[in-house]
Design a protein around this ligand. Structure first.
Ligand SMILES: [Zn+2]
Ligand SMILES: [Zn+2]
Length: 268
């Protein structure tokens, strides 16, 4: 239950009101809201979800498991269930999900969270999260089949298109968007003298997506330049994109790739 509990769950198991009051006085439990308590070391996001009225879900539950999510994470996604009540609490900016029966406390499963993410965030947000969860080893083949079967028909192709080897959600987004333009990419290709590259298009265009949060100074920049020089020496061209370009400036990325591809194809 993520360290959160209803007082009636405790009292139904023999805990008296007096014991409960003493537990709060002694700091063994903290009061979340009327009738809901938490242990002091409970995950603050799970406590906030309980304060709102349910369990952490959707992108918030995925992020907690280390899954890459496109959603910036400024709002907590909370499942309260079909008939669940939403409770006011300080600083509430929660996104309320009402799917399923009554919500418990804690967090929904990764499978459940992915299904919610499709309807809440759309195709791209779902696809990036699904590939990330798969890469992290959080999805068995039965889980993937369950996700696919539970999605609305318009999203199912995304499960079929997904791979378990995307290094970051940015790679997932780029591959999906180019696939929609009819461009198929080879992923995680080993190029002699260069190493593994993120994508190879048309056999000659290397596309690298920098998923690092901060480009870690000169050393990595130098490494990238060495790779690009070596790739060029072998007849490849390299295009590099980062988070800001892929997420906020996609038309520029698309123009760059399409133009280079048309030039390269014209030369062959
Ligand atoms: Zn959501
Ligand atoms: Zn809230």
């Amino acid at each position: 239950m993520g360290g959160c509990v209803r007082s009636r769950w405790l009292t139904s198991r023999g805990v008296t009101r007096l014991q409960l009051a003493r537990a709060v006085d002694g700091g063994v439990l903290t009061r979340v809201r009327a009738g809901v308590y938490a242990v002091p070391d409970a995950d603050p996001e799970l406590v906030e979800a309980a304060a709102h009225g349910g369990e952490l879900c959707c992108t918030s539950a995925l992020r907690r498991c280390g899954v890459w999510v496109l959603d910036p994470g400024k709002r907590l996604h909370v499942r309260v269930g079909r008939a669940g009540r939403v409770h006011p609490h300080p600083g509430c900016r929660c996104v309320t999900h009402r799917d399923g029966d009554d919500a418990a406390f804690g967090a929904v499963s990764v499978v459940h969270a992915l299904i919610q993410t499709a309807s809440c965030q759309g195709a791209e947000g779902f696809f990036a999260a699904f590939e990330s969860a798969w890469r992290l080893g959080l999805l068995t083949s039965a889980d993937r089949a369950e996700v696919r079967a539970s999605l609305s028909a318009r999203f199912r192709y995304l499960v079929d298109l997904a791979r378990p080897d995307a290094d970051s959600g940015l790679e997932s987004l780029l591959r999906l968007r180019l696939w929609r333009l009819g461009i198929s990419l080879q992923s995680q290709v080993f190029v002699n003298g260069v190493g593994r590259v993120d994508f190879l298009a048309a056999g000659v265009l290397i596309i690298e997506v920098d998923g690092r949060q901060n480009h870690d100074g000169r050393t990595l920049r130098h490494k990238d330049l060495v790779r690009d020089a070596e790739a060029a020496a072998q007849g490849f061209e390299t295009l590099r994109f980062d988070y800001a370009l892929v997420v906020f400036d996609w038309p520029r990325v698309e123009r760059a790739i399409l133009t280079r591809l048309s030039v390269l194809r014209a030369c062959t």
